[in-house]
Design a protein. Structure first.
Lengths: 320, 171
C-alpha cells in the first residue's frame, strides 16, 4: 500500500516537473532567442523575467476558449489532448536516474516510437476538425512529414539496440558505461537528431505550423487552453527528444561521481534543449518536399547502411 | 551543409555581442532638438502670448486636431479665446509649426504623453502654453507688424521708419 502510494506520488511528481519544465521553456526559449538576436527578451517580471511564465500562464488560462461553429466539435476538443497524452506517456520509459523513472519496460524504445507515431494524429485531427484551409494544409504537411521521418527515426535507433542487445532504456544506459553511444553511433545520432527536430515540429522542420505561410498551421483555429496544450505539448516534445538523445547517445544519468545522476541527466538534457533553440534562431524553414526527399533519398539509405555496418561489426567482434 | 553549420556558429557568437535594446524607462534614446513631439504654444520676448489666432495651423492640420477661437483685447491685439489640440488624433507631422506666421506653435522633443483616458489627451490652452520662447528666441511679432496693438507705437518698430509728418513734407 505504502509502496503503491509512493509510486503514485513519484509519477505525479515527474509529470508535474515535466509540465513545469515545459512551461519554463517558454521563458527560456524567448530569452535565448533574444540573446542570439542581440536583444534582452522578457526581463521585467521577477528575477531575470522568470515570472513571465506565470504571467503567460495566467493569460492563457483566462483567454476565451472558443470553438468555431464550423468545426467538428468532438474531434476539435480531443486533438490537443492527444499530443499532451502521447508525449507524457512517452516520458514513462525515460530513466531519469537509477531510482527515478516511471516504468522499466523491456520494449521501452518501441513504446516511445509507438507513442511518437500516435502524436501525429493530434496534428492531423486538429487540422481536419478545424475546417479551415490553412489548418488542413498544415495537417496535410504534418502527415507528409510524419511518413517521411518516422521510418528513419526508428531505423536510426536500431544501431543502439544492436550494440546493447535490448530495447530496455535502463540496459541501454548501463551499456554506455565505457563509451557513450554517440561515438560508435555518430551517424545514428545525427539521423535521430534530425528526425527528432521533425518529430517535435521545431524550426528547420516546423512545416505543419509554418506561421509565416499558414497563419499557425494546424492550430490556427485554437485559442485559450486548447492552444496552450499544443504550445506546452511542443515544449514537452523538445524535452522528450532531448531526454531521449541524452539517454540513447550520451549515457543518460552516467557522469563523474561529482554530482548526483539526476543532475547529470538534466544538464545533458538542457544542453540539447539549448541546441534546439539555437537551431530555431539560426536556420530557415525547409520546403516540405525538400524534407521528404532528404528523408527518403538520403537519411533512410544512410540509416539502413548504419544498421548494416553496426550489425556486421558486432557479428565480427563477437565471434572472436 | 558547411554553410549551415557556419551560420549556426555565427548566431551562437551573437550571445556575446552588445545588446541593441534600449531599456526604455531606465535609459532613454537621444532625441534630436528638432524632434517632432508634443506641441506647445510659446510666448514672445515680452512674455505675452505669441499666437494671434490666424487659424493657419488649424487649416494646415491634415487630421483636424487643432481647434481655436480668435478674439481681440481692448488694444486690438488678437489672441485665441480657447486653443485646443486633440493629441489622440495628432500625427505629429509638424505642418502647424510650418504654417504658423508668428512662430507661436512649436513641436518639442517629448513623446511621453500616455494617459489612461482618451479624453485626457485633449489639451487646452493652459496645458499647451509654456512660459518660454521655445526655439525662436527674441522674436516678437507685434514689434515688426504694421499694426499698433499696444506693444509699440507707430514708427517705433524694428525696421520701421518714423511716420512722415505731412505738414513738414517739402519738395
Amino acid at each position: 500500500m505504502i509502496e503503491n502510494l509512493k509510486y503514485i506520488i513519484l509519477v505525479l511528481a515527474i509529470m508535474l516537473a515535466l509540465v513545469l519544465i515545459a512551461a519554463g521553456l517558454i521563458w527560456l526559449e524567448r530569452r535565448m532567442l533574444a540573446l542570439w538576436q542581440d536583444r534582452y527578451g522578457p526581463n521585467r517580471v521577477g528575477p531575470f523575467g522568470t515570472f513571465q511564465v506565470v504571467a503567460d500562464m495566467i493569460k492563457i488560462f483566462f483567454k476565451e476558449d472558443w470553438i468555431p461553429r464550423f468545426a467538428d466539435k468532438k474531434v476539435f476538443v480531443v486533438a490537443p489532448a492527444i499530443v499532451m497524452i502521447t508525449i507524457l506517456m512517452s516520458f514513462a520509459i525515460v530513466p531519469f536516474s537509477p531510482s527515478i523513472g516511471v516504468v522499466d519496460l523491456n520494449i521501452g524504445l518501441l513504446f516511445f516510437l509507438a507513442m511518437s507515431s500516435l502524436g501525429a494524429y493530434s496534428v492531423v485531427l486538429a487540422g481536419w476538425a478545424s475546417n479551415n484551409k490553412y489548418s488542413l494544409l498544415g495537417a496535410m504537411r504534418g502527415s507528409a512529414q510524419m511518413i517521411s521521418y518516422e521510418v528513419f527515426m526508428g531505423l536510426s535507433l536500431m544501431g543502439v539496440v544492436i550494440l546493447t542487445g535490448s530495447f530496455n532504456m535502463r540496459d541501454i544506459v548501463l551499456a554506455q558505461k565505457d563509451t557513450w553511444f554517440v561515438i560508435p553511433q555518430f551517424v545514428g545520432f545525427i539521423i535521430f537528431f534530425i528526425a527528432g527536430i521533425a518529430e517535435a515540429h521545431r524550426l528547420p522542420f516546423d512545416i505543419p505550423e509554418a506561421e509565416s505561410e499558414l497563419v499557425a498551421g494546424y492550430h490556427s483555429e485554437y485559442s485559450g487552453m486548447k492552444f496552450g496544450m499544443f504550445f506546452v505539448g511542443e515544449y514537452l516534445g523538445i524535452t522528450l527528444i532531448s531526454a531521449l538523445i541524452t539517454t540513447l547517445f550520451f549515457g543518460g544519468w552516467l557522469g563523474f561521481r561529482l554530482l548526483p545522476p539526476i543532475v547529470w541527466f538534466l544538464a545533458k538534457m538542457f544542453g540539447f534543449i539549448l541546441v534546439f533553440i539555437l537551431l530555431r534562431a539560426s536556420l530557415p524553414r525547409l520546403r516540405y518536399d525538400q524534407l521528404m526527399s532528404l528523408g527518403w533519398k538520403v537519411l533512410l539509405p544512410l540509416s539502413l547502411l548504419n544498421i548494416l555496418v553496426t550489425g556486421a561489426f558486432v557479428l565480427y567482434f563477437n565471434k572472436h | 551543409m558547411f554553410s549551415n553549420l557556419r551560420s549556426i556558429w555565427i548566431v551562437f557568437l551573437h550571445m556575446f555581442h552588445k545588446r541593441e535594446t534600449v531599456l526604455y524607462p531606465e535609459e532613454k534614446a537621444h532625441l534630436p532638438p528638432r524632434w517632432r513631439g508634443r506641441i506647445v504654444l510659446t510666448r514672445d520676448s515680452e512674455g505675452e502670448e505669441r499666437c494671434v489666432g490666424c487659424y493657419l495651423c488649424a487649416a494646415a492640420c491634415p487630421v483636424d486636431c487643432i481647434s481655436l477661437q480668435a478674439t481681440e483685447d481692448e488694444e486690438g491685439r488678437r489672441y485665441p479665446e480657447f486653443f485646443r489640440i486633440n493629441f489622440s488624433r495628432c500625427i505629429f507631422c509638424g505642418f502647424c509649426e510650418e504654417a504658423c506666421p508668428t512662430d507661436a506653435i512649436q513641436l518639442i522633443p517629448d513623446f511621453e504623453m500616455g494617459e489612461y483616458h482618451r479624453q485626457n489627451l485633449v489639451y487646452e490652452k493652459e496645458d499647451l502654453l509654456i512660459s518660454g520662447q521655445g526655439k525662436v528666441q527674441g522674436y516678437n511679432f507685434y514689434k515688426v507688424a504694421g499694426i499698433d496693438a499696444g506693444v509699440k507705437r507707430k514708427g517705433e518698430g524694428a525696421n520701421e521708419n518714423k511716420p512722415v509728418d505731412i505738414k513738414k513734407l517739402m519738395p
